[in-house]
Design a protein around this ligand. Sequence first.
Ligand code: ISL
Ligand code: CA
Length: 577
Amino acid sequence: MNPVPDELEPADEPWWTRAVVYQIYPRSFQDTNGDGIGDLPGILQRVDHLVELGVDVLWLSPIYRSPQDDNGYDISDYEDIDPAFGTLEDLDRLLEALHERGLKLVMDLVVNHTSDEHPWFVESQSSTDNPKRDWYWWRPAREGMEPGTPGAEPTNWGSFFSGPAWDHDEATGEYYLHLFSRKQPDLNWENPEVRRAVYRMMRWWLDRGVDGFRMDVINLISKTVGPDGSLPDVPAEDGRYGQPGVAAANGPRLHEFLQEMHREVFDGRRGVGETPGTTVEHGRLLTDPARHELDMVFTFEHVSLDHGPGGRFDVHPLDLRDLKATLGRWQAGLAEAGWNALYWDNHDQPRIVSRYGDDVAYRRESATMLAIVLHLHRGTPYIYQGEELGMTNAHFTSLEEYRDIESLRWADAERDRLSEEQLLGCLAAGSRDNARTPVQWDDTAQAGFTTGRPWIAVNPNHDTINAAAERADPDSVFHLYRRLVALRHEDPVVQRGDFHLLLPDDPHVYAFTRTLGDEQLLVLGSFSSDPQVAEVGPGWSDASLVIGNYTSPVATDGDRVALRSWEAVVLRRTVSG
Ligand code: ISL
Ligand code: CA
């Protein structure tokens, strides 16, 4: 690796331009007490895995007290730990262990909604004149309709988890809004008391020592609401519920709320926003440092390109040209101001190697190619637990194996329309549970995850795909990820170089350059099992190899680079001004 000269490392570059984040879904990471559920002591026990990988930040999916209707994204106490995961003391111990090793801790912040068992909602629900009534979205039935009958909901918004986004409350006769499950009522951010309560809670965590927040569906906190408090219907087929996004996301007060949060809460500590359905233009406004809103955003566009009209359960083959165009647009749009979060996998996405790669014949090659391509973009890369081991989709074969509320509710809703075989096919391709099977540590009975019965089945392929095997093999997915993390730390071109997309029309090769001063990197990735030739133009034949996923040298011939099955190469040259 090139040493980093001081003049190339301006002091005003924020640390996350050099950082890699690791996401843990605690429930599936490491169990220590045999109840089959991963826990905080389990993370503490495995901190060395993070250190070995070299990552800088740990993002923890929610560990707060929760009825676990949506695996912790339904919080009933923001200032306590769910007993399934441990105690506040366990969290403090983990925080200390991370800080000792120079890692930061980012907590998941779920404040678009709470659990219906949160005391705020319990109060809000108790009567129409309760002081907290207005903390949530309560509305009467549609005019002239009998409350509780189909179609009488205040608007035609559908829940992201199937069915209407409104639930009828018998006791007070009104409906409350829940964009996710009925146990996840949406908070009303229009109410300043709600915002103050959230900021107070965030400061409480920062005072405890955490380093920042990943903000769940943060662009849903501002809804399109009329001066009289009315909420609009959305486009939908007659008698059906529509996608609520157009009315419930990216509302007119989003930027105002985030700037207020920044003023009230942050003192150098940071926030990253999860923003489904956000455009590049929004992304830039949200992350332009001059605006003091968020430090980076997760986009969903590049992980929705293989979805048909039926969404995540309607999966089609990827057209690589769409992927290049999409990520290229985000790179260009946030080039001058703003910052991208880079990811393939998280707890909501099927495993990338099973999706855009080939998890059968070319698992190692395609997993490493995908890693190289992603990590060479401009932005902060995220690694989701197991991705660094080349873990694959679950390949479940019966409905009983599924646990995810979104998957189960969707299957219920579609049962009349689709055969069991069709349901299973759609779930196998699209279910969030694909990412939620336990981390495969070794080849023993439950993959080293638990001594008990895991809450969700361990993937049987742990007999060959596991951390112990990956660690032992110098050419493994794991060791490639280690090299990529080191490259991000050391190479200013990887951190800050300008991005330029090449070969936009090539259906099989992903190609781009990164340029900083007179240093240029060429990144090539083949999305094919067949040999490919990339027409890269003159001047690369003497370039040096920075990183690749084959051990033997790369073949360059004049203006062309030959690529083997799922091969990725990164070349470096000096360009004269
Ligand atoms: O398509 C969607 C909305 O456009 C959904 O996929 C949704 O945006 C996404 O799943 C949001 O995810 C986050 O919030 C959910 C939770 O279930 C997920 O696990 C979390 O990552 C509700 O809190
Ligand atoms: Ca446990």
